[in-house]
Write a protein that binds this ligand. Structure first.
Ligand code: NAD
Length: 247
C-alpha cells in the first residue's frame, strides 16, 4: 500500500493526478486552499476507486498548516511514499511594469516556499537516513520557465524557473537518501487557471503556437506525473519533462 500527497488538488491537474493515482493503487491525501466542495469530490472519487482518501484545507504557503497536514496524513493514512507539489498560481497577467510587491510575495510564497515546505515535510518521512523507506517527489513546473512569459507572466515564469532549480538540486541531494525528484513542465493545459488570471481566451491563442495545434488535457499531464511516480522511471531523477505539444 502506497501513500501519496498531492497539494492543491481540488481542481485541475492536481485533481486529475489524485484520481489517476487512486486508479493505479495509491492512497491519496489532498490539500486545498478554498474549494472544499471540489476537494471532497476528488476524495470521494479516490474512495470510489477503492483507495483511502484524506482532504484537508492547508494553504501551501502557510508553514503551520502544511506541517499539520502532513501530521494528519501520518495519523490517518500512515507512512508516506510520494509527494506531488502541484499547488500553484499564475497571479494576474501583467507586464513587469505593473507587477506589485504584494503580488510577487503571494506568488512566490505559494509556488516556491510552498514547494520547499512540503518537500521538507516529505523528506523527514521518506529519507532513508531519517528512518524512512525512500520515496518519490514530482514538482509541477511550467514550460513558461524556459519560454520566459514575456508580456504577461515573467513573474510566474521566474517562479517556475526556481522550481526547476529546486528540482535539480533536490534530486542530487536526495538521490543517496533514497528519494527521486523530478518535474513536469506543462504547456497550455485546459484548466481554470487561465480564467482566474483574467485571460480565459488565452488557451485558444496559445494553441495556435503549439506545434500539435491544441492545448493539452489534465489527464495528459496526470499520466506523465504517474509515470514519474512509478518504478517505470526508477533511474530518472533531476529531470524536467516538457508536456507542451512540441512547444
Ligand atoms: P487550477 O487553478 O485549476 O488548480 C490549482 C490548484 O491549486 C487548485 O486546486 C487550487 O485550490 C490550488 N491552490 C492554489 N493556491 C493554493 C494554495 N495557496 N494552497 C493550496 N492549494 C492551492 O490550476 P492548474 O492549471 O490545475 O494548475 C496546477 C499546477 O499546474 C500549478 O502549479 C500551475 O502553475 C501548473 N501549470 C498549469 C498549466 C496550465 O496551463 N493549466 C501550465 C503549466 C503549469
Amino acid at each position: 500500500m502506497s501513500v501519496l500527497v498531492v497539494t492543491g488538488a481540488s481542481a485541475g491537474i492536481g485533481a486529475a493526478t489524485a484520481l489517476l493515482a487512486a486508479e493505479r493503487g495509491w492512497d491519496v491525501a489532498i490539500s486545498y486552499k478554498a474549494n472544499a466542495a471540489g476537494a471532497e469530490k476528488v476524495a470521494a472519487g479516490v474512495r470510489a476507486a477503492g483507495r483511502r482518501a484524506l482532504a484537508m484545507r492547508a494553504d501551501a504557503a502557510n508553514e503551520a498548516e502544511t506541517v499539520a497536514f502532513f501530521a494528519r496524513v501520518d495519523a490517518e493514512l500512515g507512512s508516506l511514499d510520494g509527494l506531488v507539489n502541484n499547488a500553484g498560481i499564475t497571479g494576474p497577467a501583467h507586464r513587469i511594469d505593473d507587477v506589485t510587491g504584494a503580488m510577487l510575495t503571494e506568488l512566490f510564497a505559494i509556488n516556491i516556499t510552498g514547494t520547499f515546505l512540503a518537500t521538507r515535510e516529505a523528506i523527514k518521512r521518506m529519507a532513508k537516513d531519517r528512518g524512512g523507506k525512500g520515496g518519490v517527489i514530482v514538482n509541477v513546473s511550467s514550460r513558461a520557465a524556459e519560454i520566459g512569459g514575456g508580456g504577461t507572466w515573467v513573474h510566474y515564469a521566474a517562479s517556475k524557473g526556481a522550481v526547476d532549480s529546486a528540482t535539480i538540486g533536490a534530486a542530487r541531494e536526495l538521490a543517496p537518501r533514497g528519494i527521486r525528484v523530478n518535474a513536469v513542465a506543462p504547456g497550455p493545459i485546459e484548466t481554470e487557471i487561465h480564467a482566474k488570471a483574467g485571460v480565459g481566451d488565452r488557451l485558444a491563442q496559445l494553441a495556435a503556437v503549439v506545434p500539435m495545434g491544441r492545448a493539452g488535457t489534465v489527464d495528459e499531464v496526470a499520466r506523465a506525473i504517474l509515470f514519474l511516480l512509478s518504478e517505470e522511471s526508477s533511474y530518472i531523477t533531476g529531470a524536467v519533462l516538457p508536456i507542451g505539444g512540441g512547444r
